[in-house]
Design a protein around this ligand. Structure first.
Ligand code: SPV
Ligand code: MN
Length: 638
């Protein structure tokens, strides 16, 4: 008997589009497409293969339909999201949860039946008069133990086009899936458009069906809400990873280049606006990815891949001085999609680009002139602080040669970094895997900035910078981390960095480029080439190593006075941080693992002891002799 869905699809798709779908011979896929077609009722369907002409078709449509506008550089376009649709909508992003499943307190969820009913009613006829695009991707390199097949259906050519820059093509891989039922589905509709932007923001919903591995996103355009393979699939992947004992992380992957052409790979987790992309783009190093990584244990090593193949990066403050590599790509003949920047005379501008701006143009508020105010009376900046650029990684001269290696790259170190004005030293290494997971990863916090709405300097709890995307209880997520390297003889070293430390007058203690040095120091540590000082919170660099690295890397003198200011251990602040975290883990997290509380307590005792011996602020040369001996022992063991 012919498959019912195929009969229906044949009746609704043009001959060539039907052929492209049916060649995949996938019943679950046919079901998903047929159901969507029935419910959303588009005018036509375009099945996009990996062929260049199909990819170009989608881009052309984005421009023809006005979702993107061509800039003077014919390879560049700009897209605008609605004025109030400029970021991930956390409140309306929910898990569809079947009765009896507990995801933990911090997780936003809705009863599955209720949520499905609601979203399906929103989806009814939502694509009327529009074209529906079906695209196939591979999360992670193709033909790899890491790869996850994924399909997106959307009525936005902008979304489908962005995905082409951001993900590896997966149509060919779909022809030979190991398990034909094992793939993620994302269904998106921008909903009714007025002046090219989603009009019904009050009906904006992003629902994630954790059982059926389907993401629904409606009445929104912002890529973080609609490009299903960013944070939405990350949520599904975190569950899959926990089931299968690997990690799905909000992390960059980069190669740091050490002496004699040695490359050591690092992953790094930083909340938004904390320097993640610029770290992964440090000149002289090589990038694999800037946002999402999968980590697996393979043959006694931890290996990582970039889930994506492009960058959807924050453009504010990208300028030739701070981000020369990004600047180069943005000024090259390669393809770029800008979003929510300022356009004047076909040229793109954004805040912090180091240029003088025209006083009028078009931006995320429509026609814009300097001083324009919004409904609330706020002055509208030239570009949104979350304005973005979307580009392919292969256009970067600093792309690592192993970026698409199906086996991933071995991870030497993991870096956690937040925005912290007064507590953490600029760089330190944990004593062990468990100490790093708990006091660095699970203790990550980030302060709000002047650019964020609300009060400045408010700390938010950001464990592993992945809290927003957790789809399992935090307890389980942390336990998975702790167990991840069990029994490995050389687990990755864990480091914490802080680019935002200030003195008591509020001045930053570090230059923007100091991170170029920190990564080199971490690379040497992973390879056992430099000693370090032991402090109560971790190993910190010795002055002489930094002085040498500052000279080599930045051609700068690094004074002992700077070192002392930056690496003085701030005991009261560190104790307060432990208080905050203990409070959160004891009261807001259900069944916090005892090891976590114990490791925080041990850190507290070390801090209290140092306080007794040396006072509140301990300069780096005051590490007690006895500890220095212990540190040497540790060095010997390495
Ligand atoms: C982030 O905010 O962490 C991003 C952009 O990478 S989004 O796609 O919105 O998550
Ligand atoms: Mn991110």
């Amino acid at each position: 008997m012919p498959e019912k869905d195929l009969v229906f699809l044949e009746s609704r798709l043009s001959e060539d589009n039907f052929e492209k779908l049916q060649i995949l011979r996938n019943r679950k896929l046919n079901r998903f497409v047929a159901e969507t077609l029935q419910r959303c009722n588009p005018k036509s369907v375009f099945i996009c293969t990996d062929a260049e002409e199909d990819i170009q078709y989608v881009r052309r449509k984005a421009i023809e339909k006005g979702e993107e506008t061509l800039l003077k550089n014919p390879n560049q376009t700009v897209h605008f999201d609605g004025y109030y649709d400029q970021a991930r909508d956390k409140a309306n992003t929910k898990y569809l949860v079947p009765p009896g499943t507990d995801l933990g307190a911090s997780i936003n969820w809705i009863d599955k039946d209720r949520g499905l009913n609601e979203i399906q009613s929103f989806l009814r006829n939502i694509m009327r008069g529009k074209e529906m695009y079906v695209r196939f991707f591979s999360l992670g390199p193709t033909n790899s133990v890491f790869s996850i097949a994924a399909v997106q259906i959307t009525d936005s050519a902008y979304v489908a086009h962005s995905e082409d820059l951001l993900y590896r093509p997966g149509y060919e891989q779909f022809k030979k899936l190991d398990d034909p039922d094992e793939f993620f589905c994302v269904l998106h509709s921008a909903g009714e458009l007025v002046d090219g932007v989603s009009a019904n923001l009050d009906l904006r919903r992003i629902y994630i069906d954790i059982e059926d591995e389907i993401v629904y996103s409606v009445n929104t355009q912002y890529a973080g809400n609609t490009v299903g393979f960013k944070k939405l699939s990350l949520r599904l992947t975190i569950r899959k990873a926990a089931r299968e004992s690997w990690l799905a992380e909000h992390m960059f992957v980069m190669g740091v280049h050490g002496p004699q052409d040695r490359v050591t790979y690092f992953t790094g987790a930083f909340p938004s606006f904390c320097g993640k992309t610029s770290t992964s783009m440090i000149p002289g190093e090589t990038i694999i990815g800037d946002d999402i990584a999968y980590l697996r244990r393979i043959n006694g090593e931890i290996r990582a891949v970039n889930v994506e193949s492009g960058i959807f990066g924050i453009i504010q403050d990208v300028n030739p001085d701070v981000d020369p590599l990004i600047w180069e790509v943005l000024n090259s003949p390669e393809e770029v999609i800008y979003s929510n920047i300022l356009v004047a005379d076909g040229l793109p501008y954004w805040c912090g680009d180091g240029r003088t701006h025209p006083e009028r143009g078009r931006n995320f508020s429509g026609e814009w002139i300097q001083g324009k105010k919004d409904k609330e009376g706020n002055v509208i900046p030239a570009s949104h602080k979350n304005a973005r650029y979307t580009v392919r990684l292969r256009n970067f001269p600093n792309l690592d040669s192993r970026a698409d290696d199906p086996a991933g790259v071995p991870v030497g170190g993991i870096i956690y970094g937040g925005r912290d004005s007064d507590t953490w030293v600029p760089v330190q290494q944990s004593f062990s895997w468990g100490h790093g997971v708990i006091t660095m990863g699970a203790s990550l916090e980030s302060e709000s900035t002047a650019a964020t709405l609300g009060q400045e300097g408010v700390r938010s709890f950001q464990p592993m910078s992945n809290l927003d995307f957790l789809s399992i209880p935090l307890r389980r997520y942390i336990e998975n981390h702790i167990l991840f390297t069990a029994g490995l003889s050389r687990p990755p070293l864990i480091f914490a960095v802080n680019y935002f430390l200030k003195d008591k007058d509020g001045n930053y203690l570090n230059g923007m480029k100091d991170k170029y040095v920190w990564v080199k120091w971490m690379e040497l540590r992973v390879n056992g080439e430099v000693g370090a000082r032991q402090t109560p919170t971790g190993f910190i660099p010795k002055y002489e190593h930094l002085a040498r690295l500052f000279k080599e890397v930045l051609q700068q003198e690094y004074t002992e006075a700077d070192y002392t200011k930056q690496f003085t251990l701030r005991i009261p602040e560190n104790l307060r941080k432990i208080d905050r975290l203990t409070q959160i883990y004891e009261t807001q997290v259900k069944d916090t693992p005892q090891t976590l509380l114990q490791i925080l307590e041990e850190q507290r005792s070390r801090l209290l002891q140092a306080q007794e011996e040396h006072g509140d602020y301990v300069p780096p040369d005051k590490s007690p002799r006895e500890r220095r001996r212990r540190q040497d022992d540790v060095e010997k063991e390495r």
